[in-house]
Design a protein around this ligand. Structure first.
Ligand code: SAM
Ligand code: SF4
Ligand code: SF4
Length: 339
């Protein structure tokens, strides 16, 4: 079955958050002191996740990315990866992690069948890492990256660029990525739920990032690719490839084929969606696979979300969701949605 939404976008990609807990407190994602966590009994079991994944793949999904919170905090994660890797309908099985716990887990993740790994890395400076995340964990992340390089053919790095925060590290981070043969992607700071300190002044637009990179390395060539991936990819004069995800200033909703499943089974059609479809309840009440698949297909067919594009038009743009609303509904948080 290939379902398409109201803008003729297929359902191809699913990001699954396996936990809302995190061992960092990145200032662009979890800047507050207190958080309301999902009740443990509400978390989907691995069997429940794979049951839902089978329905999603029946509806057209062939790319799955595990995320969180911090996915490596979920106990026995390799077991879930093994279950997913055994499904031929999943063409691409990937994971996004902050890397803190990766050094001890990279081999097991690879052995379980994980295809690709992306590690978030916003700075190469230990003092700044602490300022940005509230934890002194850069050495652990670097050890995690080393372990992942040994275990996987290649790794990717993701960097959220914040003006006055880490935007002076575009070149050092690119040089580092090049030195370890990793592709780095610079992400514009987004005003998603949870980014309660967001302001447009702190966003470095893609055009500015590219201008700064060109000023250092020389002309950058845009790679022409047919893809629904959010990153535009570029090449330095020496052939080094990197990406920029311009979700804030030049959103790509028109080709968005991704949706998100929270750790407790809420299916979200857009990163900016105020609500979603609770799949846990019908699943636990024993709904048949046909019933659930029908629900998924019907809801996707009605999808008209283009959250980031709509945000472009909002006057005096500020943080999307106030802290009071986040405290009442943690499903609005980026760390619950999985990024
Ligand atoms: N904890 C893992 C990590 O940090 O890689 C996975 C979950 S995290 C929510 C997924 C991605 O969302 C990370 O790459 C993170 O940098 C990104 N992210 C979180 N808040 C963001 C924001 N306000 N703007 C842009 N990207 C953000
Ligand atoms: Fe940082 Fe990821 Fe944790 Fe958010 S979920 S605070 S981005 S490590
Ligand atoms: Fe897709 Fe929503 Fe992001 Fe637009 S804002 S790219 S529709 S998830």
């Amino acid at each position: 079955m290939n379902v398409i939404d109201r803008f003729e976008r297929p359902l191809r990609s699913l990001r699954i958050s396996v936990t809302d807990r995190c061992n960092l407190r990145c200032q662009y994602c979890m800047p507050e002191t207190d958080y309301v966590w999902l009740p443990r009994e509400s978390l989907l079991t691995f069997e429940e996740i794979t049951t839902l994944v089978d329905l999603f793949t029946a509806a057209g999904v062939d790319r799955v990315r595990l995320t969180g919170g911090e996915p490596l905090l979920r106990r026995n994660l390799p077991d879930l990866i093994e279950m997913l890797a055994a499904r031929p309908s999943i063409r691409d099985l990937a994971l996004t992690t902050n890397g803190v716990l990766l050094a001890n887990q990279a081999d097991a993740l690879r052995a379980a069948g994980l295809g690709r790994i992306t590690i978030s890395l916003d700075t190469l400076r230990a003092d700044r890492f602490q300022t940005l995340t509230r934890f002194d964990a850069l050495p652990a992340v670097m050890a995690g990256i080393d372990a992942a390089r040994r275990a996987f053919d290649s790794v990717k790095l993701d960097t959220v660029v914040i003006r006055g925060g880490n935007d002076d590290e575009l070149v050092p981070l690119l040089d580092y990525a090049r030195s370890i043969d990793a592709e780095i992607r610079f992400i514009e700071y987004m005003d998603v739920g949870g980014a309660t300190r967001w302001s447009m002044d702190e966003v470095v637009p893609r055009a500015e990032m590219l201008a700064r990179i060109e000023a250092h390395y020389g002309p950058v060539e845009a790679l022409k690719e047919m893809s629904s991936a959010p990153a535009e990819r570029y090449q330095l004069p020496d052939g080094t490839v990197f990406g920029v995800i311009a979700s804030t200033t030049e959103p790509f909703c028109a080709s968005c084929d991704r949706s998100r499943l929270t750790a407790d089974g809420l299916w979200l059609l857009c990163l900016y969606a105020r609500g979603g479809l609770d799949l846990r309840r019908p699943l636990r009440r024993g709904a048949s696979p046909e019933e659930l698949l029908n629900l998924i297909a019907t809801v996707w067919t009605m999808r008209a979300d283009r959250g980031a594009e709509e945000r472009l038009g909002s006057p005096e743009r500020a943080a999307l969701i106030p802290v009071t609303a986040l405290k009442k509904d943690s499903h609005l948080e980026m760390h619950t949605r999985g990024g």
